[in-house]
Ligand binder design. Structure first.
Ligand code: LLP
Length: 424
């Protein structure tokens, strides 16, 4: 569920008229809904009842500090994968002891920074990383609390580029290696191996892979405890899918997911942690863009809009489907024609939708690309020397520009002519 809907014939974000907003800030822009972010966080966190897990929003999905602060105000912790994300979470006011640091390639300097600020724990993904973290912790006179990320070799049945829990993926340590590595970690004075971590993939729409993975994880916790390891913390990652096709593909509700967690791990007496990203932010954001030209193609229309693959790369990178809603509701009544919605970037792969039945929109018409709150703005770039688009956060009838559009000075001013090319 989200809070983008038509009022008096115009699409609104909560109480904000998106046509008026587009006039005020220009297109394209991302627009996020506070009520939707809050609702999703609460639905997820409340689904686990008395298990009271630490819900660490996965900052990579949408790292705008206003989004982070909105969730932190509800008690959310954060899952970060770089020093940059860690710094953003701290800058947004998240207490360090609610932050989990994941990722397969942590640098020693990043580890040292995270130890210094006192994060909750590290998710460790390999033996060399285990050794490096121990060394850094000892050097700094600290003990790093860790969870080893275990790869259960389970097919999450999602797009191949966002599957992480199969043996062939780069993530985690092999399930069969875990006991040896915990024994190794137990010998290291800079580590407290109190946790186990698993994350099998993103945009999961089937609970069975979770059930298989959590069952294996339960078995591992029992074995680890039998071997004398004090496991008190289990991080189950994120990955729950969102309905990119509206009511046509409703993924499992967090309560159904929580039932699987209860069934498989409910009696382990551990503090559970989760790292949902998309499920919180996906449906809480849209990308608003304007038609520049409408051009007839071979049996279809090309709607050339002012947003492009550099602003939203998901359609071309993951063959992702995003619903498109006209801002002007009246357009919905028109007969639909096969349409490719494309951007100005000079690549055939630059599209937002292909072969999509759309109303025949005129230049100047605005459309909303739905479910773009997760992995939208964060994956944007400046290809073709295009400016990064602004991000707007709506709260009831109010809105705030939470990241302004960059300027050409920002973009071009970063280059330096080499000394031998200087004009003077
Ligand atoms: N935890 C870990 C260790 C992860 O790798 C991820 C996502 C998450 C949590 C959050 O997963 P979520 O709840 O958002 O599914 N850019 C891609 C998605 C990449 C996901 C990367 N890892 C996309 O646009 O579909």
């Amino acid at each position: 569920m989200h809070h983008f809907d038509y009022t008096d014939g115009v699409l609104h974000a909560e109480g904000v008229n998106l046509a008026t907003l587009a006039d005020a800030v220009g297109t394209p822009f991302y627009c996020y809904s506070t009520a939707t972010l809050e609702r999703h966080y609460k639905v997820f966190a409340d689904a686990f009842g008395e298990l009271r897990p630490l819900v660490c929003y996965s900052v990579k999905a949408n790292s705008n500090q206003a989004v982070i602060a909105t969730l932190a105000a509800l008690g959310a912790g954060m899952d970060v994968v770089s020093e940059g994300e860690l710094r953003r979470a701290l800058a947004a006011g998240v207490p360090a002891d609610k932050i989990i640091f994941a990722g397969i390639g942590k640098q020693r300097s990043e580890m040292a920074y995270a130890l210094d600020v006192g994060i909750h724990s590290f998710n460790v993904e390999s033996e060399p990383e285990l050794l490096a973290l121990n060394e850094v912790a000892v050097e700094h006179g600290r003990v790093a609390r860790i969870a080893l990320r275990v790869n259960p070799d389970v097919d999450p049945k999602t797009h191949e580029k966002i599957a992480t829990g199969k043996a062939e993926n780069k993530f985690g340590v092999a399930y069969g290696e875990a006991l040896r590595l915990y024994a190794l970690a137990a010998e290291m004075q800079g580590l407290d191996a109190a946790g186990v971590h698993m994350h099998i993939g993103s945009q999961l729409t089937d609970l069975e892979p979770y059930r298989r993975a959590f069952t294996l994880l339960r078995k591992l916790v029992v074995q680890l405890r039998a071997a004398g390891h004090d496991i008190s913390h289990v991080d189950l990652g994120g990955g729950l899918g969102v309905p990119y096709r509206g009511t046509n593909d409703i993924p499992p509700h967090p309560s159904e997911y929580a039932a699987v967690v209860h069934e498989t791990l409910g009696d382990l007496e551990v503090r559970l942690a989760f790292e949902p990203g998309r499920m919180i932010a996906g449906n809480a954001g849209i990308l608003v863009t304007e038609v520049i030209y409408s051009k007839p193609g071979d049996g279809k229309t090309f709607l050339i809009v002012d947003a492009a693959m550099n602003d939203l790369i998901r359609p071309t990178l993951y063959e992702a489907h995003h619903e498109i809603w006209p801002i002007d509701e009246a357009a919905r009544a028109q007969e639909l024609v096969p349409t490719d919605v494309v951007g100005p970037v000079c690549e055939t792969g630059d599209y937002i939708a292909r072969a999509r039945p759309m109303p025949p929109l005129e230049p100047g018409a605005r459309i909303a690309v739905m479910t773009a709150g997760a992995y939208g703005a964060v994956q944007s770039g400046t290809y073709n020397s295009r400016l990064l688009v602004p991000e707007i956060l709506v709260n009831g009838a109010e809105f705030a520009v939470v990241r302004p559009r960059t300027t050409y000075e920002d973009l071009i001013g970063l280059d330096r002519l080499a000394p031998w090319l200087s004009k003077s």
